[in-house]
Ligand binder design. Structure first.
Ligand code: NAI
Ligand code: MHF
Length: 288
């Protein structure tokens, strides 16, 4: 199927406008160092890792705000041990002025550690509004998810769009990172064909060593093959190499058709390389 229309395509620079970044609770010093290379007002997501605690996540969101960016703290439904823990986290965020925008994910534990089975349970709890959350991000999986059936993924994304709309909460989607634009654009079209109009941020990895990229890809069920690697710009036989998403982003811009794909922006997963990613983006945008 050739999905490329002659009218499609945008310039790479516009696709990069208002990109977002991701950091962990351990990355505060890196954010301070990278501050000058990141445009003021950039949205910076703070991941909810199992090896960090409320205090670290809270401090990271505060730092994002203090440095002039827009914090997007993550809430991981299955990692929450009680309703009180969710309330406590949201109360802390509200007190710090960092609760406006959150991203709600399921969480990797195979069994929920508390009352929330999935992100919809958190969204439906009513606690987000209670603590003045004003917009909610949810996840999307262009290549599927290793532990969740395709059919379930489609029904939950439809439910999320419907519930957020019913709650009058603006929503958006951030996709799992990937190395191949074809499934991404096919998936975006399928989302739009289901009548879901939420803005979508396409997840891309920042520049990183091939070994690290491969290990995260394996962990999260992201497809890699010799052919995909070649197209993206690295080789599976050279684990010492590094790779950035330049070709991926150019291909995405080339095929992007706002009429068919709706609103698309980029989200960079930094995987420990916040500084390297910010510098890479600044240079790439200058060249674009
Ligand atoms: N896309 C991303 O950037 C990130 C994704 N994740 C992980 O992706 C997974 C799904 O999260 P969401 O898309 O928000 O799903 P969700 O919370 O909307 O759940 C969708 C369905 O999958 C089931 N489910 C959720 N997590 C599961 C798991 N770990 N194992 C088995 N079944 C599960 C739920 O019970 C529900 O039926 C989670 O494992 C989450 O931690 C985590 C962090 C970031
Ligand atoms: N299914 C799924 N689960 C996830 O948890 C997940 C995804 N998908 N997709 C990508 C995001 C981003 N994720 C991550 C995971 C780890 C770090 C991280 O910085 N980890 C290390 C340090 C970096 C390193 O040395 O590689 C850490 O401090 O734990 C960042 C983002 C987790 N995410």
């Amino acid at each position: 199927m050739d999905s490329v229309s002659t009218l499609a395509g945008t310039d790479t620079a516009s696709l990069l406008d208002d990109f977002s970044l991701e950091m962990t609770g351990k990355d505060v010093a890196k954010l301070e160092d990278a501050r000058a290379t990141i445009p003021p007002g950039t949205r910076i997501n703070v991941t909810f890792l199992g090896n960090e605690d409320l205090r670290m996540r809270r401090e990271a969101a505060r730092a994002v705000k203090r440095l002039g960016f827009v914090p997007v703290p993550h809430i991981s439904a299955r990692r929450l041990t009680s309703q009180a823990e969710l309330g406590e986290f949201l109360a802390a965020l509200r007190e710090d002025g960092t609760a406006d925008n959150v991203f709600v994910v399921g969480g990797d534990p195979a069994r929920p550690q508390g009352p929330y089975d999935d992100s919809l349970a958190v969204i439906r709890s009513g606690l987000l509004q209670k603590y003045d959350v004003r917009s909610v991000g949810v996840s999307g999986y262009p290549e599927g998810h290793p532990a969740i059936a395709e059919q379930v993924l489609w029904s939950v994304i439809e439910d999320k769009a419907a519930v957020l709309r019913a709650q009058d909460l603006p929503g958006s989607v951030i996709t799992q990172f990937g190395f191949d634009v074809d499934p991404v654009l096919g998936w975006v079209e399928a989302v739009r064909n289901r009548g879901i109009r939420l803005p979508i941020r396409i997840g891309v990895p920042g520049p990183a060593g091939v070994r690290r990229l491969m290990s995260y890809a394996a962990r999260f069920g992201v497809g890699t093959s010799a052919g995909i690697a070649k197209k993206y710009g690295f080789s599976l036989t050279n684990l010492m190499g590094t790779a950035g998403p330049d070709r991926f982003i150019r291909a995405l811009a080339h095929h992007y058709d706002a009429r068919r794909h709706g609103e698309l922006k980029l989200h960079f997963y930094t995987f420990g390389g916040l500084g390297a990613t910010s510098e890479w983006i600044a240079e790439f945008r200058e060249e674009a």
